[in-house]
Design a protein around this ligand. Sequence first.
Ligand code: GLA
Length: 369
Amino acid sequence: MKKMICAATVVASAMAFHLPAQTSVTSEDWGKVSEGQAVKLFTLKDAELTVHITTFGARIASIEAPDKNGKRADVVLGYRDVQSYEADKSTYFGAIVGRYGNRIAKGTYSIDGQTFHAPLNNNGNMLHGGTVGFDHKVWTEKQIPGGVEMTLVSADGDMGFPGELTAHVRYSLKGSALQIEYSATTTKPTVVNLTNHSYFNLGGESHGTILDEVVMLPASRYTPIDAGLIPTGELATVQGTPFDFRKPTAIGERIDTPNEQLKLAGGYDHNFVLDSTSGMHLAAKVVDPSSGRTLTVTTTEPGVQFYSGNFLDGTATGASGVKYEKHFGFCLETQHFPDSPNEPKFPSTVLRPGQTLHSTTVFTFGVQK
Ligand code: GLA
C-alpha cells in the first residue's frame, strides 16, 4: 500500500462476530526526522475508509475513500515520506497546526496586561504557531480504540507563548467518519487555537483543481481581511457576495469575480462565522459531482477557514507524482477566528491553568450517485 515502508504490525484488530466490523489499527516505523527522532505511521482501516496518520506533526497523510462506483482514491494532498513533509515549510499538508492556528497580527498580543511576541513567519505576522509550529514536531503516540492519540508538550516560552501546554489529539475512525478530538491544558494563561490543515480533493489527490467541487457553508457572516490576511475585526454579511455559500455553489463559480476580498487572498482564504455554534454543528458540506464523493464536516468550533489552495504553485510534488498547482486542494480548518487574541469581540482563545480545552471535529465521507 502506498506510503508504507515496512510490514505493518497489528496493534489492535478486535473483531467479534456479534459486533459490527471494527476498525483495525496498525503501526509501522516511518523513518526519522533530520534531528534523529523516530517517526511512526499509523493505519486506521475499516470497511469504508483507510486513513494514514503520522506522528510528524500529528498529520493525516492519506484518506482512501470510495467513489460512486466503489473505486478508491486518496482524497487528501500529501507526501510519501517524512523527509518531504519536513522539507515543506509552507503548505502544512494534513498537519495539526498550533499552538495558535492561522494568524496573529505582528505576532503580538496581550494576556492580562502582559504582552507576548511570537516569531513572524508570514509577511510581518505570525502564521500557524510561528517558525517551528506543532506541524513540525514529532508527537508521542498511544493506541486508543479505533485510532491513535497524539500528545505534544509545548514548553513554557515555546515560540514565545506563555505556559507549558500539553495538547492531545485523538484520531478515531468509525464507519465513514474520521473523528478528531482535541484537548489541552496549560500551566500559565496562554492562547490556543488547534486545527487540522488537510487539503481535500474529492476527485483524488492527483485529480487537478477543486474548482468544480460544490461547497455549502452554513455561515451568514465571515471575517473580512486586510492585505496581510488579518481580520479587520468586522463580521460582514455574505449576502450578495461571492462568500455566500449558504446554497451549494461550485468553488470556481465566483472565484474570479472582481471582488476586493478575493483579490487580497488570491481566492478564498477566509474565516466563516458558523450560524450554529452549540454542541456539534455543521461546518461544511462538499460534493464532487464527477466522482460522487461527498464530505460533511461537523465541529464544536465557532468558525471554519475555507482556503482554496491559492498558494499552491507546483513546488510540491505529491504522493503519486503530481505537482500540486494552484487550487489543487481546499482546506476546511475548523477553528476560533484568526487574530482573536487582538479582537476582544471574537470568541476568546485564552486558556487558563485549571481549565481544559475540548474541541471536536468530524470528517464524514459518502457518495452521491
Ligand atoms: C492557511 C492560511 C493560508 C495559507 C495556508 C498555508 O489556510 O489561511 O493563508 O497560509 O494556511 O499555506
